[in-house]
Design a protein around this ligand. Structure first.
Ligand code: GLC
Length: 783
């Protein structure tokens, strides 16, 4: 309460920590190394270095005991036993993998890390690492004066995080998110440091409360963790894409989602009955608005008991799911972690009998209040509980459900601290730790349990999972949405840097509630938000109980038409989206990218947050203010073609671009290509024909790829996929396409056409050296 008044800034309140009261690790007393680990005993703790790959090194310092060889479950890469060289001089020991050199000062312990070309990756300067009297661990890294910082998972504010203090502590925040609202639901303690084109990364693997301070000292950032020890990984880059490839090699990559999950999702808290859901899907059909997924929020359950359906509202869920599936629409129900304390409820009985709930050291169960009232919480940190939770999903599988939405998994509890008592002791797969130490991984483990449970039971089909909470590595299991935003223009603005930074934190499949969750939307806001949302990886319209309805038609025909057009555009571009999702799955490169990722030498892109790229050649500049019909758009070097008007814009500068309500500015880079499928009702309908749109530029050099597979099974992992790579070059007279295909899968489409934009009369097109004939409609047949 008092924090809502001026008392919050009472002069007696100190809000910052510093190195003042820090105990330094001190000098190295002795050291040794074996195959791939270097270990040093210091005056105040143990220090270890392990190479995980040539470009990935792990550093640990435990002031309170030994450093553990074991790594957390966020990490999937095992150290390879890489040979590294050890060179000792009087003052230092130098370890090197060739790509990373760790220079260790002996008195006191100081660590400076360089890449193979001697560029500093992370240096400590004068400040090192250590601990505080309260048991916190602290470390410092120097910040270059031209450095920018990206990533940090799900944070409000702008793209560049320099100057911020960011806390990692998964929290349910319904209060309006604003630039100083921190933390939110996800904790990804990873960032990319970027200095004039040179990128490297750091992942601080500690699931307790952790604070990244990029504000208090202009020359150093600090990382302070309330519990645990110092345990971090450095990634050598040198490009942002390299850093992400390295980070996702360590923490895993997004599995390829089922194609339907990349389509349009409609949600509401709540569609409260079978009748309402059927009517909703009918309206979409009548109006010809594409739809792939309907979400069921908490009202589908019997008294909010998970793994139940309220039969008075949903008399025959199996038939509902089957009927909708026939129409090509998937049902995704919400599942929260809280299990209602009710001795007559089998899930609760089982949890008690089998000892599956979170409890204190003395064995008493932790209960907390959530939607169903007093509830117990499964201890997902334990493999036994995860298996049980996975098995419980047979309930949904039997109803034909293939996707689940996990919410409230910070875990959220309706009490003063908003979460579980930090004194709860988790089983943690045989290594018991308190909730204080593991808090940020609760949602991650729930996601692991759910995804693995679904996957095992779906008999070869790909599951879809959406989660609110997570930790580094959550991308292996789930898509992420940014929680309870509001129908504010400011929240539309905020969603861009937020989703971009999630992408820069290894989570490519992310999005915000389109139209805003809380508060009341209006037609203009929903139209503009749908335009932006149709170009974000996770595309779901969701709104809260008691707010104005927010379905595409809710604000009348004028807006419905525009909203429909952009949902259709999503479907038209689906082959392009799917190709980018596959790239994200294979390499960790995000689908939605800040411009700095593609134009790292262009300083104008470094802080650019209000426009973004989809892939490497499309720039999207949403309108994010009411009554705005023109906006400034920055276009980097090269020429850019307006997607709707075909007009050419010169890059390397800002343009004022017209943006009437029905038009969001979208630009395709000259000399590149994008793929179009057909507009359809949903992804169940297959494309008959695909068109590759090439935007002619006389000095083109571009590599285009088109990926496809069955969209629903894991057969792609055994070669059942299709990849067409087209190397495009051009001169003033002709365009040359060198096409290569790989994989055993044959796509559904029967023909592949090429449309050339802005090509002049008489331009010749060669496919693998053979001239192509133009069709009567001006296109060329490639396939
Ligand atoms: C939380 C979720 C929201 C959901 C609501 C009811 O607020 O963030 O998306 O609709 O709970 O389940």
């Amino acid at each position: 309460m008092l924090n809502d008044t001026s008392f919050a800034i009472h002069p007696g309140k100190e809000i910052r920590g510093s190195e003042r009261d820090m105990y330094d690790a001190g000098k190295i007393l002795s050291f040794a190394h074996d195959g791939n680990r270097f270990l040093a005993r210091c005056e105040n703790g143990e220090f270890a270095v392990t190479f995980y790959a040539d470009e990935i090194v792990r550093l640990q310092m435990n002031p309170f005991g030994e450093t553990e060889k074991k790594h957390s479950q966020a990490v999937v890469l095992e150290p390879e036993g890489l040979p590294f060289s050890v060179t000792e001089t009087g003052q230092t020991v130098v370890l090197s993998s060739g790509k990373i050199r760790v220079e260790i000062g002996k008195d006191p312990l100081r660590v400076n890390i360089y890449d193979g070309e001697n560029r500093p990756l992370f240096t400590e300067g004068k400040k090192g690492m250590g601990f505080k009297a309260g048991g916190e661990v602290v470390m410092f890294k120097e910040m270059g004066k031209d450095e920018f910082f990206y990533g940090f998972g799900e944070k409000t504010g702008y793209l560049n995080k320099r100057g911020e203090i960011l806390t990692m502590w998964n929290s349910d925040v319904y209060a309006p998110h604003n630039p100083e609202t921190d933390p939110l639901y996800q904790s990804i303690p990873f960032f990319i440091a970027f200095d004039r084109g040179f990128a490297r990364g750091l992942f601080f693997d500690n699931p307790g409360k952790t604070v990244f301070d990029l504000q208090s000292d202009p020359d150093h950032l600090s990382i302070t963790a309330e519990s645990g020890s110092i345990d971090y990984y450095v990634f050598a880059g040198p490009t942002m894409k390299d850093v992400l490839a390295q980070y996702t090699a360590l923490t895993g990559r997004m599995p390829l989602p089922p194609k339907w999950a990349i389509g349009y999702h409609q949600s509401r808290y709540s569609y409260e009955s079978e009748e309402e859901v059927r009517r909703l899907v009918e309206i979409f059909k009548e109006k010809g608005i594409p739809l792939d997924v309907v979400h069921l929020d908490i009202h589908y359950m019997r008294g909010f008991r998970v793994f139940t359906f309220d039969r008075s509202r949903f008399p025959d869920p199996k038939k509902l799911v089957a009927d909708l599936k026939k129409e090509g629409v998937h049902v995704v129900p919400i599942v929260d972690p809280g299990v209602k304390e009710d001795p007559e409820y089998p899930v609760f009985q089982e949890g008690i009998r089998k000892d599956l709930f979170c409890k204190y050291l003395d064995g008493t169960i932790f209960y907390g209040d959530v939607w169903p009232g007093n509830s117990a919480f499964p201890d997902f940190t334990d493999e036994r509980v995860r298996k049980w939770w996975g098995e419980k999903h047979q309930f949904y599988i039997d109803l034909g459900i293939e996707g689940i939405w996990n919410d409230m998994n910070e875990p959220a509890v309706f009490n003063e601290t908003k979460t579980m008592d930090v004194k709860v002791m988790h089983a943690n797969d045989g290594d018991p730790k308190t909730h204080r130490e593991l808090h940020n991984m609760y949602g991650f483990f729930m996601g692991k349990a759910t995804y693995e449970g679904l996957k095992e039971r779906l008999k070869g089909k790909r599951p879809f999972l959406l989660t609110r909470s997570g930790y580094a590595g959550i991308q292996r299991y789930s898509a992420v949405w940014t929680g309870d935003n509001r129908s504010f223009w400011e929240h539309l603005q905020m969603s861009l840097p937020m989703v971009m930074n999630l992408g820069l934190s290894g989570i490519p499949f992310a999005g915000a509630d389109v139209g805003g969750f809380a508060h009341h939307a209006n037609g203009e806001l929903l139209a503009r938000w749908t335009q932006a949302g149709s170009f974000m990886p996770f595309f779901r319209n969701h709104s809260a109980l008691g707010t104005l309805r927010q379905e595409p038609w809710a604000f009348g025909e004028k807006y419905e038409k525009i909203i429909k057009k952009y949902i259709e555009l999503r479907y038209r571009l689906l082959p392009q989206w799917y190709t980018l999702f596959e790239e994200a799955h294979r390499k960790g490169t995000p689908v939605m990218r800040p411009l700095v990722m593609e134009y790292p030498d262009d300083e104008n892109t470094y802080s650019l947050f209000d426009q973004f790229m989809v892939g490497d050649n499309v720039i999207v500049a949403p309108i994010m203010q009411p009554a705005q019909t023109v906006r400034s758009v920055y276009l980097p070097e090269g020429n850019w073609i307006h997607y709707f008007t075909g007009e050419t814009f010169e890059g390397g500068k800002y343009h004022l671009v017209e943006a009437p309500l029905e038009q969001m500015p979208i630009f395709v880079k000259q000399g590149t290509m994008i793929a179009h499928g057909e507009v359809k009702r949903n992804t169940k309908e297959k494309d008959e024909s695909l068109t590759l749109h090439y935007y002619y530029g006389p000095d083109t050099r571009y590599e285009f790829a088109l990926y496809d597979d069955d969209g629903e099974s894991f057969a792609y992992q055994d070669g059942e996929y299709f990849r067409k790579s087209i190397r495009i070059s051009a001169d003033p007279e002709a365009v040359y396409l060198e096409v290569k295909e790989e994989g055993n899968y044959r796509p559904d489409w029967k023909e592949l056409k090429l449309a050339v934009h802005n090509g002049k009369e008489g331009l010749k097109i060669y496919l693998n050296g053979k001239a192509l004939q133009q069709n009567s409609d001006g296109t060329y047949r490639l396939y």
